[in-house]
Design a protein around this ligand. Structure first.
Ligand SMILES: [Zn+2]
Length: 796
């Protein structure tokens, strides 16, 4: 037999609506926040399986103060010693700010009222809160009191509270307010509640305007009717209580029907001034009304709530650790999933919403207007609660390309073209399908870096741009009407690393990108056609960069077919130089094109030796000149050789290779170079390194120079530095002996780095020096290296 009744009316009756002729609340709107009272430490605490320890209560109390609560119900002191001593602790340790009223609850019983007063001795501002139940069920069944006896109970104890309040105020200089709760208000005849409250107000006898108002707290002790009914009850009470200006009407909604929020909001429209509740809706059974949601509901209507949840995570952490109850992942404003969109269409809308809003806000700022929040699916800016946008979009099987593109933009500052979004989305789908789990932000950024070889040495592909220069040259074909060359063409001349080997490649085109594509075709047999090229700026000011996106397709014989190719490869490049950014994007895409296909080897033949690499080149130098080149100089010279042999189809003789080496680095040649060494000597400086004093010939003029350093070479470089603009430093130095017997001499290898004033990039060059004196050999090498750089000499 089923447990639920087919006809529940046989078991449950409906609420009885009020007959109100002239309801006001349905057409009202809220314009200001109510007074808030947190009862987390009383109603919330008493509903916990394990009530809070004193330490937890203290932590919670401090949080409530920090959030801005000015009225806090801290305990039911007559009910437990823990509560009593907690009240004492707060007072005796000055934990209560001067502008905060503490509230304590007491039943209508003389000994318990007296005990409650004892607990608050010494507090500056106290709200005494007394309750007794009024509804027929309690009158007739629980207490067996008549209506008259019920009123008498309330007034007699109110009178006692009045006497004690006066007494303590005099003896301890305390300020008291009085809150009376006609318990079970929503299940009580309204006229009877009014009758009791009028009697209580009269006995209290101190109700006045402003701060002296008596508080009538009208609880939905159990929520038994829809929220409109509560609003009716509150509006009726407000309209019929006498001296309304001397009364604060307070709400205390519980959430048995899941409509406590609605009940509180409608009852505020009904005229209530104050709301009692708990953070995230803790409290008996289904809980008290959630004050976080109520406050943020006001906030998102543009109304200052006077509660601060700027660090919502801290609030969640404190509350959950004290209550030992989690916040539901879908809890309004605070749940971990509420600012998260999994669905692709939602993500797309949010991404577009953010973009449109950014544009709108720039205009607003320019016009001095408010930058209003207006976003699809997001009633609140997560940033206002101290949340980042990271959680806004998460990726699962339902997520679309827009969501992923959004994340790439957030984390890598790259605004991917639409077609590239589709291409990258397929990469992520594969990961998602393969791993069968939510794809994290790290998964996405890592996949992006790996796919497009983007973002540093860890993600480099087989081809990497090392250096380049672009030169303009007149077009050989086209001429304008005057018969003069119309268009300039561009030549790309650069060094790229191909599977770890430096290759010098050259190509021509209408622009740098087509020149590089031409070079790749010529030297590496990579035949691709550019289909799309886009770029945008990233960042601003000095650090601004250009991001470039390139789509390549495989070249076919038919131009139309090439354009329509179904397979394509995207690449991305980022560089402070826009040309370099585009070239990097080409290589990024080309790395996708080549996969692990074998590339043609470098065609370089020295003498009769075909397919040479840099170790062959250095073998020739050691055999011909007796020089052992440092590893990085080998690589550098290998580039020089490649560049030199471009016109001779990669062929060079042994002799030409030696001569090329000597001319390039100034090893035992006639030409002295821009900087050369004259007489010099070193002096010692007390407490310092050696002092270089001597002559240097600079651009044909002998200058007397001095310099100081840790060693002879650095002192000489310092002396040279005193004659030039910018900075010079030694990156690498090595030397060895050559020759035998009396012919022995030292050969030095120096690599200098030069940064001219205002230049974006540093320049480096190697130089060689030889001398019977090892010190002179090193200095000569440094001056040779300097001669090869575009060093700006100071005027004599
Ligand atoms: Zn309650």
């Amino acid at each position: 037999m089923p447990c639920m009744l087919i006809d529940p009316s046989q078991k449950y009756g409906p609420y009885v609506p009020l007959k109100l002729d002239n309801r006001q609340w349905p057409t009202k709107t809220v314009t200001k926040a109510p007074i808030w009272l947190s009862t987390d430490l009383r109603d919330g605490n008493q509903a916990l399986a394990c009530p809070m320890t004193s330490e937890q209560k203290l932590t919670f109390f401090r949080l409530l103060v920090k959030c801005g609560f000015k009225e806090i119900e801290i305990a039911f002191p007559s009910a437990s010693d823990t509560d009593f001593s907690f009240v004492r602790y707060l007072i005796e340790n000055n934990e209560i700010p001067d502008d905060v009223w503490i509230q304590v609850l007491t039943p209508a019983r003389e000994d318990l009222i007296r005990r409650s007063f004892e607990s608050v001795v010494g507090a500056k501002h106290v709200i005494m809160h007394m309750y007794n139940a009024l509804c027929p069920m309690f009158r007739n069944v629980v207490f067996r009191n008549s209506k008259a006896q019920t009123i008498e109970l309330a007034t007699r104890h109110t009178k006692l509270i009045r006497e004690l309040a006066d007494q303590y105020a005099t003896s301890h200089g305390m300020k008291f307010r009085y809150e009376y709760s006609p318990e079970t208000f929503t299940q009580t005849e309204l006229e009877f509640s009014l009758e009791v409250c009028e009697a209580v107000k009269e006995v209290w006898g101190k109700a006045g305007p402003g701060i002296d108002r008596i508080i009538f707290n009208l609880p939905a002790t159990v929520e038994v009717a829809p929220p409109n009914h509560y609003a009716d009850q509150i509006e009726y009470f407000c309209a019929h209580i006498s001296e309304r200006e001397k009364v604060i009407i307070s709400l205390h909604p519980h959430n048995d029907r899941g409509t406590a929020i609605a009940a509180a909001e409608l009852a505020v429209l009904g005229g209530a001034d104050r709301v009692e509740g708990c953070l995230f809706g803790n409290g008996e059974r289904t809980g008290n009304v959630d004050l976080v949601t109520l406050a943020l509901n006001l906030y998102t209507q543009g109304i200052t709530p006077y509660l601060d949840f700027s660090d919502i995570q801290e609030v969640i952490d404190v509350v959950t650790s004290c209550n030992n109850i989690p916040v539901h992942p879908r809890h309004p404003y605070a749940g971990e999933l509420v600012f998260t969109a999994f669905s692709g269409s939602h993500q797309d809308a949010i991404k577009k919403g953010f973009e449109a809003q950014d544009i709108r806000h720039v205009k607003n700022a320019a016009n001095g207007e408010s930058q209003m929040w207006d976003m699809p699916y997001m009633p609140l800016d997560p940033a206002d609660l101290g949340c980042t946008y990271e959680a806004v979009i998460r990726v699962n099987a339902q997520s679309g390309k827009a969501g992923i593109a959004y994340l790439v933009k957030q984390h890598l500052q790259l605004d991917l073209p639409r077609k590239m979004q589709i291409a990258f989305y397929k990469v992520i789908q594969d990961i998602s399908d393969r791993e069968a789990r939510e794809v994290t932000i790290e998964d996405i950024t890592t996949a992006f870096r790996q796919t497009y070889h983007f973002g540093g040495p860890n993600y480099e592909g087989r081809l990497v741009l090392r250096s380049f220069h672009i030169t303009a040259e007149p077009s050989p074909h086209s001429t304008n009407d005057d018969g003069e060359p119309s268009d300039e063409r561009r030549r790309f001349d650069g060094t790229i690393s191909v599977d770890g080997v430096l290759r010098v490649i050259r190509g021509d085109g209408n622009g740098p990108i087509s020149a590089l594509i031409d070079a790749l075709r010529t030297h590496l047999e990579i035949d691709v056609t550019l289909r799309e090229y886009l770029e945008h700026g990233v960042g601003g000011g000095q650090d601004s960069k250009a991001a470039s996106y390139i789509e390549l397709v495989a070249t076919t014989d038919d131009v139309k077919e090439t354009r329509r190719a179904s397979e394509s490869w995207w690449g991305v490049g980022l560089d402070s130089d826009i040309v370099a950014s585009g070239l990097r994007a080409v290589l990024s895409a080309v790395n996708g094109v080549i996969g692990d296909r074998e590339l043609p080897e470098l065609k370089l033949s020295i003498g009769s030796n075909v397919t040479c690499d840099k170790s062959h080149v250095s073998d020739v130098i050691i055999n011909a000149l007796g020089l052992e080149l440092p590893r990085r100089l080998q690589a550098s010279f290998f580039e020089v050789v490649q560049r030199k042999t471009h016109e001779s189809d990669g062929k060079i003789s042994h002799d030409d290779l030696s001569r090329l080496f000597q001319d390039t680095y100034g090893y035992e040649v006639e030409d002295k170079g821009k900087f050369s060494l004259g007489d010099f000597h070193f002096e010692r400086v007390d407490g310092g390194g050696p002092l270089f004093k001597g002559e240097m010939e600079i651009e044909g003029v002998v200058r007397k120079v001095t310099g100081e350093g840790n060693g002879p070479l650095s002192a000489a470089i310092d002396a040279l530095l005193s004659q030039v603009e910018g900075t010079l430093s030694c990156r690498e130095y090595s030397e060895h002996a050559v020759g035998e017997g009396s012919d022995v001499k030292a050969v030095s290898f120096v690599e200098l780095v030069y940064e001219s004033p205002g230049a974006a990039k540093k320049e480096a060059a190697w130089g060689l020096g030889s001398d019977t004196d090892i010190t002179a050999s090193g200095i000569r090498a440094a001056l040779r290296a300097a001669s090869r750089l575009d060093v700006v000499v100071k005027k004599a």
